[in-house]
Ligand binder design. Structure first.
Ligand code: C5P
Length: 239
């Protein structure tokens, strides 16, 4: 397999075409850490390697649970071979407990458990700072049909359940998670992007210690140690 030109560079990843394989791309995980829509930026040595290893385990769990994703296989410590998709410009956030922007928006203390996990939509647009949007807004924007939204919600809830169950075995509580989805050439909607401490809130089940990107956002220190701890704990989990 031959790596071709870079076709996209985002905050945390680069995407390359694969020569003679138009339906796949190679995703390279970078060490860059950003928060607050890029306003806070740092390079954390080895973060890309950890996030790729963590994402690989999680995509494997999902595969075993029969959930389709862009993941094909991991090629090296920073590179993943994935199916090429057109990303739906929505961040699909599932919440199990109150934290982060939900705590701020509703004035509810972080950590309150929600009776049912629910889904929120954020419009992926850097210039606008990825705003929370309603289904009516999504219709106005024309970025997803009601059928696609229904499918996104069902898939996000299923993924959340699989993740919660497996993470629980590792002593990790899934507080919330952000998923991205894409359409394949034949129009199938599948999970894309990454699933890692950059995109989820992971708390230690007994101490509620934060083991995710909030350590970077809130200057709590020990960012890489927390990511390493997540990898160490989920490595042995049998899905
Ligand atoms: O900040 P907020 O509470 O809305 O984040 C909800 C979840 O979505 C968190 O797990 C956070 O890490 C993730 N997220 C993300 N990328 C963003 C915004 C939030 O991965 N641009």
């Amino acid at each position: 397999m031959e790596k071709g030109h870079m076709i996209y560079e985002g905050k945390a990843k680069r995407v390359y075409e694969v020569i003679h394989s138009p339906e796949t791309v190679i995703v390279e995980y970078k060490d860059d850490a950003t928060a607050f829509n890029g306003a806070k930026h740092a390079s954390l040595e080895g973060k890309g390697v950890l996030n790729l290893a963590i994402s690989t385990i999680i995509f494997e769990w999902l595969k075993q649970a029969g959930i389709a994703s862009h993941y094909i296989r991991t090629l090296s410590d920073r590179e993943m071979l994935v199916r090429r998709v057109e990303i739906v410009p929505l961040e699909v956030v599932v919440r199990n407990r109150v934290a982060g922007s939900l705590a701020k928006r509703l004035g509810i203390a972080e950590g309150v458990t929600l009776t049912e996990p629910f889904v929120e939509w954020y419009y992926k647009n850097d210039d606008l700072g990825d705003p929370l949007v309603t289904e009516a807004h999504i219709r106005v924007l024309g970025v997803a049909t009601p059928e696609i939204l229904a499918s996104l919600e069902t898939q996000a809830q299923k993924i959340n359940q699989v993740l919660r169950t497996n993470l629980h075995k590792a002593g990790i509580e899934l507080v919330d998670a952000k998923f991205e989805f894409g359409l394949t050439q034949d129009g199938t909607l599948i999970l894309a992007d990454e699933i890692s401490p950059d995109t989820c809130r992971f708390w230690d089940t007994s101490t509620e210690e934060k083991l995710d990107k909030d350590r970077f956002r809130r200057d709590l220190g020990g960012v890489m140690e927390a990511y390493q701890e997540i990898l160490r704990r989920i490595k042995g989990v049998q899905a």
